[in-house]
Design a protein around this ligand. Structure first.
Ligand code: UDP
Length: 235
């Protein structure tokens, strides 16, 4: 039984990087594509927002004498490169995906808005939404929250490299404990870091549930869409 019929999956760009921390790991791209394919084959309507961290983050701009605003646009363009890569690999595994973007890039993709996204989903295609929010000083987590709300997704899936939201950073604190569920208020009270504050507030104010899960483990998206226990649900 499918529990969530319309989902938005946010995947970080960083996880796509090769062993040098840059560019693409073909294994990871294929893994993302197969996880998406599996959910899509079960009739779930899927939009995907990818980060750009494997290519460029605005925060790096000051180190190389680039204005932060320009750096943020470079970061947004990085998400377009990642999105194009995912679209291509999805095609290679037999999934029809359309790329739309917050920035106008003629010849590459259509400009996104909720009507365009709706049409793409209704055509049984995966919709990859690139370019973040289209504005500097935001993140792709904020873009994911915004797009999930716009498309009336049942839930926002935030893929991470850890299994859940923990009481402390599990990569630093060995006895950190995972949460199965949390309310939005609990996240604030416990000062847990799920997403940046803008993204989190958007979800909170619009009652958009979030599931934080490990994207590196095969079958996790399948578990989530069927309502099996996986990661941490915030609602
Ligand atoms: N970015 C931006 N506006 C947005 C989304 C992203 O300016 O709406 C820029 C920002 O510089 C960010 C970069 O794009 O650092 C890449 O996105 P992000 O850091 O969220 O990628 P991830 O960490 O998920 O790979």
């Amino acid at each position: 039984m499918i529990k969530y019929k319309r989902i938005l999956i946010k995947l970080s760009g960083e996880s796509l990087a090769d062993t040098n921390g840059y560019g693409f790991s073909s294994e990871m791209l294929m893994h993302y594509a197969n996880e998406i394919k599996n959910a899509h084959e079960q009739g779930v309507e899927i939009a995907v927002v990818l980060g750009g961290g494997n290519i460029f983050r605005g925060i790096k701009s000051k180190n190389i004498n680039i204005d932060k605003t320009d750096g943020d646009y470079m970061g947004m363009l990085a998400t377009v490169i990642n999105s194009k890569a995912l679209q291509s690999v999805l095609k290679n595994v037999g999934v029809d995906a359309e790329l739309v973007c917050a920035l106008e890039i003629e010849g590459i993709c259509r400009k996104t808005n909720h009507i365009v996204v709706e049409k793409i989903l209704k055509q049984n295609k995966v919709c990859i939404i690139a370019g973040g929010t289209g504005n500097p000083f935001f993140t792709t987590d904020s873009a994911a929250a915004l797009r999930a709300i716009e498309m009336k997704a049942d839930i926002l899936l935030k893929g991470t490299r850890v299994d859940a939201v923990y009481s402390a950073d599990p990569e630093k604190v060995p006895n950190a404990t995972p949460f199965e569920t949390l309310t939005f208020d609990e996240v604030i009270d416990k000062e847990l870091k799920i997403m940046d504050m803008t993204a989190f507030t958007l979800c909170r104010e619009n009652n958009m549930p979030i599931v934080v899960f490990n994207i590196h483990k095969e079958g996790n998206i399948q578990k989530i869409i069927t309502g099996e226990k996986c990661g941490t649900i915030i609602n």
